[in-house]
Design a protein around this ligand. Structure first.
Ligand SMILES: Nc1ncnc2c1ncn2[C@@H]1O[C@H](COP(=O)(O)OP(=O)(O)O)[C@@H](O)[C@H]1O
Ligand SMILES: *[C@@H]1O[C@H](CO)[C@@H](O)[C@H](O)[C@H]1NC(C)=O
Length: 302
């Protein structure tokens, strides 16, 4: 039973405290609310893809601890295959400790933990699943060399950001997707408008991938293809955004779904539909908790 969409990536438990203001060094303050959320770019993308109806498998590592156990349960609830979700005693499940004040400003500490212990052996064990997938998605919240190895095994699609990214990431990615911040990290060029997005897209294309997608928040995406001379702006629908965290992962998960299940659709159409899915996710709060299910979406998306 091969998965059509395989994600090799991260799982993080979000530990969120809401306070009126951020604490100073050495200070203890009272918060008024605490909640735990499921995050990590890899798992986020896999969850969105699964909720649209994709048969998915997540290749990742969590700790042999209560957060890890809960994460495995969460993946199962979303219908994701956990055959290659490892649990280690050598590190804790990845966490993001987040403090948010009443103005919405935050401080965040990420401890990748078990995510960094996902290794080549784990990929080898999953090689059948990786090689038989229609779409393989990688990000950079695990050891970059492991992401790259997964891309080589699959020669598939990716979504990373790192300043001096190994050039092979571009040559082994069919589709390279990044947001404005990531585009600036990768090229040194700040993205403030559509022309900037075109420019960074062309630069990234020259590094060897076939298609670059720069996501532009409320503006949708810029698509820059090796096959078409003119970049295409694919706008997102106008919506009232409540919480945009994880929108990029919703977009990426949706795109993986369309690539796997509607491979004959024109790329622009896949991006337009993925914009629609992501724009639904920004209208609810939280990350995975805001990702729509197929049954709740306009049926002309399918
Ligand atoms: N305010 C918004 N209105 C409509 N769609 C949005 C909005 N913000 C994000 N999106 C959708 O989510 C996608 C990713 O958002 P973006 O902010 O670029 O990524 P990230 O979450 O990585 O920062 C966009 O391409 C768009 O489809
Ligand atoms: C882009 O994604 C990164 C995570 O890789 C995130 O930290 C950043 O805030 C995002 N930028 C925008 C403009 O949304």
């Amino acid at each position: 039973m091969a998965a059509e969409v395989v994600v090799v990536g991260s799982c993080m438990t979000d530990l969120v405290s809401l306070t009126t203001r951020l604490p100073r060094a050495g200070e203890t303050i009272l918060g008024h609310k605490f909640f735990i959320g499921f995050g990590g770019k890899g798992a986020n993308q896999c969850v969105q893809s699964a909720r649209l109806g994709a048969k998915t498998s997540l290749i990742c590592k969590v700790g042999k601890d209560s957060f890890g156990n809960d994460y495995v349960e969460n993946l199962k609830k979303n219908g994701i295959s956990t055959a290659f979700v490892g649990q280690t005693t050598d590190a804790a499940t990845g966490t993001a400790s987040i403090i948010v004040n009443s103005e919405g400003q935050n401080v965040i500490v990420i401890v990748p933990g078990a995510n960094l212990l996902l290794n080549f052996e784990d990929l080898k064990r999953a090689s059948d699943v990786i090689c038989n997938a229609k779409v393989v998605v990688c990000q950079l919240e695990i050891t970059p060399a492991v992401s790259l190895e997964a891309l080589k095994m699959a020669h598939a699609s990716g979504a990373p950001a790192l300043a001096d990214l190994d050039p092979q990431f571009y040559t082994y990615s069919d589709i390279f997707c990044c947001n404005e911040t990531e585009a600036e990290i990768l090229t040194g060029i700040p993205v403030g408008n559509l022309e900037d997005a075109e420019k960074v897209g062309r630069m990234l294309l020259q590094r060897g991938c076939k298609l670059v997608i720069v996501t532009l928040g409320a503006e949708g995406c810029m698509m820059i293809s090796a096959e078409e001379p003119i970049p295409k702006h694919v706008p997102a629908g106008k919506v009232r955004a409540v919480d945009t965290t994880g929108a990029g992962d919703s977009f990426m998960g949706a795109l993986a779904f369309y690539l796997a299940y509607y491979p004959k659709l024109p790329m622009e159409e896949m991006i337009r539909k993925s914009n629609c899915v992501a724009s639904v996710s920004v209208q609810a709060s939280g990350t995975q908790s805001s990702y729509p299910y197929r049954k709740d979406l306009p049926q002309d998306l399918f």
